[in-house]
Design a protein around this ligand. Sequence first.
Ligand SMILES: [Zn+2]
Length: 312
Amino acid sequence: MPGTCILSLDCESKWGMADALSAAHDAQFTNDSIADIYQWLLARFEQTGIPATYAFVGAMTTPQETFVNDWLPQLTANPEHAAWLARLIQDIRDNQVDGWFVPSVLDEIQSASVPHEIATHGFTHLPMQNISEASLALEAAGINDWAARNALELKTLIYPRHYVDMRLLEAVPSLLGYREHPYNGKDPDLRIKLGNLAGEFYPFPPSRRDVSTLTRPAIIPVNFFLNWRAGARRWVPTSLTVQRFRHALAHAAKHDGVVHWWFHPHNLMTGKDQRALFEQCLALLHDAKESRRIEVMTQIQYLESKAPQRVA
Ligand SMILES: [Zn+2]
């Protein structure tokens, strides 16, 4: 049996940092730059035939007018959303919304020749850390509305900032499972961040065993973040990250393991030499796929392949 590689993408543009946007973000995150980087990435998948799970913040691919008319009043009236989206609400008032609404990227992924999975990463990226019933209901309603407008049947979920809230799976019944917390911890505090950074220097990471819970909710293992070459992380040599990925894939091929590779598409425009790093890793994955050492799956293909009769 070949090993398995899953590639999932947290697609969020400014929404993922709604509470921490800087002037540098405003300069980098424009509708054009986001559309460009998603096109660049999609073209690499078209060239290699590699499918990915694109987990979107629904509001990011909602037309601005639809969002403002149908969602903004409700969200503004809900205290947790009003706090999370304070910067967006101001930007809409100031008519400075570049980098928030980019519906074209979803259309392009849906019309690609490679069958990518579209998953959900929340409606507004509100972190589900002890949120109220009203906030949970609004996120779920937003996700369901986004899915209906775009004719999507959402099967998998990536929680914003990895805060797991089972109520969301109940409120979006088509969802079968979610990607596990990548750091095996709770809050991404400094100790965990330092541990993660140290891990980037370990050249021989193993693959994961297939440990999914195969009944709903299924938990999808994750283990390989494409090092984002910014801040202290830019000192991790690209050659080392490539070596780590090569090792993880070889381990998966040998032990019937899983390598779940993940990153944010916008990292490709904000990390130093990030695109070259991605292309080198993608070439390794393409080779492993062509030589049948690794089977590349989306999150839902992974769940369905493991136990189709038990995922229901
Ligand atoms: Zn996110």
